[in-house]
Write a protein that binds this ligand. Structure first.
Ligand code: NAD
Length: 294
């Protein structure tokens, strides 16, 4: 059934996700601080408005796909925030990867407004956002999750309920910890073997069929020219920006601190991605970590 959906954040992920919602027959009202990001949504039939409050007025569902906690906070609160415009019964779905504590505090305000909320961060990169095949990790009430399955299915194929509100974010941070560490490991392995004279294509052919095979290698091989559509082949164009991986590792470290769990590798790779950013690759795909090895 066609729904009225508000969508905030039309970047690498939110742009194609909002397009897929329109293709599924839903009507969209959109907002982004970047005028250019609004253009293609408007061309596809979305209505653009000029504040998060206006986006949230009169919609059945409000979706956010913003970079980090501070952007969700600024979109939610204040005179022009989306909380000020929500009508009773709207379901807020925050698909940004943010701190689970921020998720829970926004949730408390959403409930006060007589509305419901799910956290639903994603995995699958820009390619998955375009093809509508994202993995979506959802926290929140199971009945609301079941009710929103049709909407989430317009953007993803693996839609998994992870637990109470904020648990989608927690599971997402665990996933990105694996992706961050494995990308560093693949980069280091290539640097070593290539320095000893191995051919990058041969390395890929062997490791992708052996025990070292992983997503970082298969889709994001850091050696240019090996995987045709990989960011490294395209001058490390994102993809998933190094600064976003740094943010997610920071969130994982905060969670680890709260839970008193040591993150030996998480702490180390966070520093490696910070150095990669400082070398000028902050807005490049996180496979640019391979630049640390020359
Ligand atoms: P992005 O920077 O490409 O897009 C973010 C968009 O939000 C931009 O268009 C920006 O102008 C807009 N924006 C920023 N602040 C705003 C505000 N206050 N109000 C309205 N709009 C605002 O980021 P992205 O790659 O699309 O990532 C979005 C989220 O998805 C992040 O949390 C990221 O960690 C997560 N994520 C990204 C990927 C990926 O491969 N890019 C994969 C999985 C998850």
């Amino acid at each position: 059934m066609s729904k009225k959906i508000g969508f905030i954040g039309l970047g690498t992920m939110g742009g194609p996700m909002s397009q897929n919602l329109m293709k599924a027959g839903h009507s969209l009202t959109v907002y982004d601080i970047n005028g250019e990001a609004l253009e293609s949504a408007i061309a596809s039939g979305a209505i653009a408005v000029s504040s998060p409050k206006e986006v949230s007025q009169g919609v059945d569902i409000l979706i956010c796909m913003l970079p980090a906690s501070q952007h969700v906070i600024s979109a939610a609160y204040g005179e022009n925030g989306f909380l000020a415009g929500l009508k009773k019964g709207t379901v807020v779905i925050d698909m940004s990867t943010i701190d689970p504590g921020t998720t829970r505090s926004v949730y408390a305000h959403v409930k006060e407004a007589g509305c419901e909320m799910l956290d639903a961060p994603v995995s699958g990169s820009s390619a998955g956002a375009i093809s509508g095949t994202l993995t979506i990790m959802v926290g929140g009430d199971k009945a609301i999750f079941d009710e929103q399955n049709e909407i989430l299915s317009a953007m993803g194929t693996n839609i998994i309920h992870c637990g109470a509100i904020g648990m989608g974010e927690t599971v997402k941070l665990a996933n990105n910890l694996v992706a961050a560490v494995s990308m560093a490991a693949v980069s280091e392995a290539f640097a070593l073997a290539q320095a000893k004279g191995a051919d990058a294509q041969v390395l890929f052919d062997v490791i992708s069929k052996s025990s070292g095979n992983c997503w970082a290698l298969q889709t994001r091989c850091p050696a240019p020219g090996v995987v045709p559509d990989s960011p490294s082949t395209n001058d490390y164009a994102p993809g998933f920006m190094t600064k976003l991986m740094q943010k997610d590792l920071g969130l994982a470290l905060t969670a680890a601190n709260e839970a008193n769990v040591p993150l030996y590798m998480g702490a180390l790779v966070r520093e490696l991605y910070a150095t990669t950013s400082n070398m000028g690759y902050s807005d490049s795909d996180f496979s640019a970590i391979s630049k640390l090895y020359g």
